[in-house]
Design a protein around this ligand. Structure first.
Ligand code: ASP
Ligand code: MG
Length: 413
């Protein structure tokens, strides 16, 4: 007998019929002898509807009041799910974030969880109840309602699992796990049985958007085994999905786990900047002051009399703003000019097995060369190799790499 935290996303609770199915799944888990705490999102589309309502008055909306509004979405689903459970004969109780004392900081719309008081939840579980908690919300030390940022219910679930020392945190969604790459691009992409926290963080931050990144960081920090699975599979089948866990739990580690890509970046190059101390600081300092995050950075050695080119990438939403900052900078530095490109894509190979295998990067470059794909930038870490290429090569590049690194269904051992 264990304690399981289950989180159901918006599509899983989109209408009364689906909420009823969720109730059946929760009851089936209880019948196996587990205590169950359920975290739910708002019904799909609801949070967007609330955002649009708030924006009728002010854009961006007034942060404190915005949170009061957004938190209502989840309050609807906790009560309906509890009603569904009770009507099926399973005692249950719903709680908003503040009612179970999910204490957060006061950063409205992107609050962080600081503490959870688990007493009330344990008391209910001891009475045989299912506890249903609203995702995505909490309250700060003054009792103000806060929300955790879009997709925040994942983080609520993981934080609860950590606080309650749950055996597993199960994230039910509309996909049945984490895939080696996006199946819309590579139909042969394979569902992974297991992946490490580290790899998942790379996959998620690089664009494989299954889980809120913060929830994976939280799970990794507190060692909460996290499973992504579909709420639309046969209820009696043994839950599979993808288990995200520590490296020790994964015996047979593939060299490469998956291929992530990110279409949301843009590239800027300052041409002919003086090759002397303080230049990178000057350029990126101005960008950082504008609160713009930089991802990849490349600077070459100077071939002509002390000048070099400086290239970096930012999110596409920040492209224009960065362009004007960098143009200013280029003038001040007496640089030759700025060239920029927002038709790029970043492709990344991810795998902890890379640590003990040489030649992964060169094989990647060979595969891309064979397809005549020009590499514009390269960056590496211990468990990933990323390249920036022209956007038009996204599908070709991902497919070629997926084949070359044997990631498809048939090639699995
Ligand atoms: N309802 C919120 C959102 O749509 C939180 C969540 O679903 O995780 O972002
Ligand atoms: Mg989500």
């Amino acid at each position: 007998m264990g304690l399981i935290v289950q989180k159901y996303g918006g599509t899983s609770v989109a209408n009364p019929e689906r909420i009823s199915n969720v109730a059946n799944r929760v009851i089936a888990t209880q019948k196996k002898g587990h205590d169950v705490v359920v975290v739910v999102s708002a019904m799909s589309g609801e949070t967007n509807r609330l955002v649009a309502l708030a924006e009728q008055f002010q854009k961006p909306p007034i942060a404190r009041e915005f949170d009061v509004l957004l938190a209502t979405g989840e309050q609807v689903t906790i009560s309906l799910l509890s009603m569904a459970l009770i009507s099926k004969g399973q005692d249950a109780r719903s709680y908003t974030g503040s009612q179970v004392h999910i204490l957060t900081d006061s950063a409205h719309n992107k609050a962080r969880i600081l503490d959870i008081d688990d007493k009330r939840i344990h008391a209910d579980l001891n009475e045989g109840r299912v506890v249903v908690v609203a995702g995505f919300q909490g309250a700060d030390e003054y009792g103000n309602i806060t929300t955790l940022g879009r997709g925040g219910s994942d983080t609520t679930a993981v934080a609860l699992a950590a606080a309650l020392k749950a055996d597993e945190c199960q994230i039910y969604t509309d996909v049945d796990g984490v895939y080696t790459t996006d199946p819309r691009i590579v139909p042969e992409a394979r569902r992974m049985d297991k992946i490490t926290f580290e790899e998942m963080l790379e996959m998620a931050s690089l664009g494989a958007k299954v889980l809120q990144i913060r929830s994976v960081e939280f799970a990794s920090k507190y060692n909460v085994p996290l499973r992504v699975l579909s709420s639309f599979t046969d209820i009696d089948a043994e839950p599979k999905g993808t288990l995200i866990t520590t490296e020790d739990e994964i015996m047979e580690q593939a060299v490469i786990s998956g291929i992530a890509f990110n279409k949301d970046e843009a590239k800027l190059t300052v041409l002919g900047v003086p090759d002397k101390p303080g230049i990178a600081y000057h350029i990126l300092g101005d960008v950082a002051d504008a609160n713009i995050e930089v991802d990849m950075i490349v600077q070459n050695i100077s071939e002509d009399s002390g000048h070099t080119d400086f290239t970096f990438t930012v999110h596409r939403n920040d492209f224009e703003k960065t362009q004007s900052i960098v143009k200013n900078c280029a003038e001040q530095l007496n640089a030759k000019g700025v060239v920029s490109d927002n038709n790029i894509v970043k492709l990344s190979l991810v795998g902890v097995g890379m640590r003990s295998h040489a030649g992964i990067a060169s094989k990647m470059f060979q595969v891309l060369a064979d397809e005549n794909i020009n590499i514009q930038m390269i960056s590496t870490s211990e468990i990933k190799v990323s390249v920036v290429v022209d956007e038009k090569y996204l599908e070709l590049g991902v497919r070629a790499l997926h084949v070359a690194f044997d990631l498809a269904e048939d090639s699995a051992e």
